[in-house]
Design a protein around this ligand. Structure first.
Ligand SMILES: NC(=O)c1ccc[n+]([C@@H]2O[C@H](COP(=O)([O-])OP(=O)(O)OC[C@H]3O[C@@H](n4cnc5c(N)ncnc54)[C@H](OP(=O)(O)O)[C@@H]3O)[C@@H](O)[C@H]2O)c1
Length: 249
């Protein structure tokens, strides 16, 4: 038996929200593992910066501006990827937002629509379009959240959107499985990013959150990347429709 590795040499990987936070860590991590990477988010310039870092590593990279809640822009992202690289092996649906409303009555239609658009509507369309360019062995990785399992009044719409993403993961895994395309989700606990620091600005609040984690600390984004490399590789060739809770215990 050949032991599968996490090597991603020659794979074409699309990462949404790839300009910063976890998406940036994913884009650089996949490049380090040998992949060519498409870095997408709304603002092109930060994507170009990540793409330049990837090219410095000797890989190919493409930066694309894409609002994932807009299906025409989703189509343009997939078209640009295929025009540049000829195929897609891995889609990481990472772009996400978590706006907070003080109460259910304060949830505006605009907040509801944009939270669902970025966390759920975009991933659905991108999965459908990307799968058309995937050969057997293709992998879709949805970045979900522990919030989907433990919703609170503060995470109301976000948690509902991520719970929808969990359902989407299972349903698309079912549909795409016969084509050899696997779909899985990572339900992340808390990790350090700008958006976390904006919502938990004080070290005291961060320490309180860390005290609820078995490992006693908030994760670094890099600590999520290994699981994504696993889900993209043959090491997980019989794993699909799974929601992996990655929260430090
Ligand atoms: N941080 C945490 O503790 C945590 C915990 C659980 C799950 N998650 C999930 O992990 C993922 C990454 O979170 P993060 O903390 O790394 O986020 P982040 O640092 O806020 O970065 C978000 C990324 O998404 C992009 N983005 C935002 N809206 C977009 C849109 N409409 N279309 C395309 N791209 C968009 C942003 O770039 P632009 O502004 O240029 O669009 C940016 O690249 C999200 O799905 C989040 O829900 C995070």
């Amino acid at each position: 038996m050949t032991i599968p590795t996490l090597d991603a040499t020659g794979k074409v990987v699309v990462v949404t929200g790839g300009s910063k936070g976890l998406g940036r860590a994913m884009a650089l991590g996949f490049a380090e593992a040998g992949a060519d990477v498409v870095v997408a988010s709304r603002k092109l310039e930060p994507c170009e910066e990540v793409a330049a870092e990837i090219r410095d590593m000797g890989r190919r990279a493409l930066a694309v501006s894409c609002h994932v809640g807009d299906w025409d822009q989703c189509a343009a992202l997939i078209d640009a990827t295929v025009a540049a690289f000829g195929r897609i092996d891995v889609l990481v649906n990472n772009a996400g937002i978590a706006p907070v409303a003080p109460s259910v009555l304060d949830v505006s239609e605009a907040l509801f629509d944009k939270t669902i658009a970025v966390n759920l509507k975009g991933p659905l369309r991108l999965t459908a379009l990307a799968a058309e360019h995937m050969a057997p062995g293709g992998s879709v990785i949805n970045i979900s959240s522990k919030a989907s399992l433990h919703p609170t009044s503060l995470t109301l719409v976000y948690a509902a959107a991520k719970a929808g993403l969990n359902a989407l993961t299972k349903a698309t895994a079912d549909e795409l499985g016969p084509r050899g395309i696997r779909v899985n989700a990572i339900e992340c606990g808390t990790f350090h990013t700008d958006s976390l620091h904006a919502s938990l600005p004080s070290e005291e609040l961060q320490a309180r959150m860390a005290s609820n984690v078995a490992l006693g600390r908030i994760a670094a984004p890099d600590e999520i990347v290994g699981t994504a490399l696993y889900l993209a590789s043959d090491a997980s060739s019989y794993l699909t429709g799974e929601l992996i809770l990655l929260d430090g215990g």
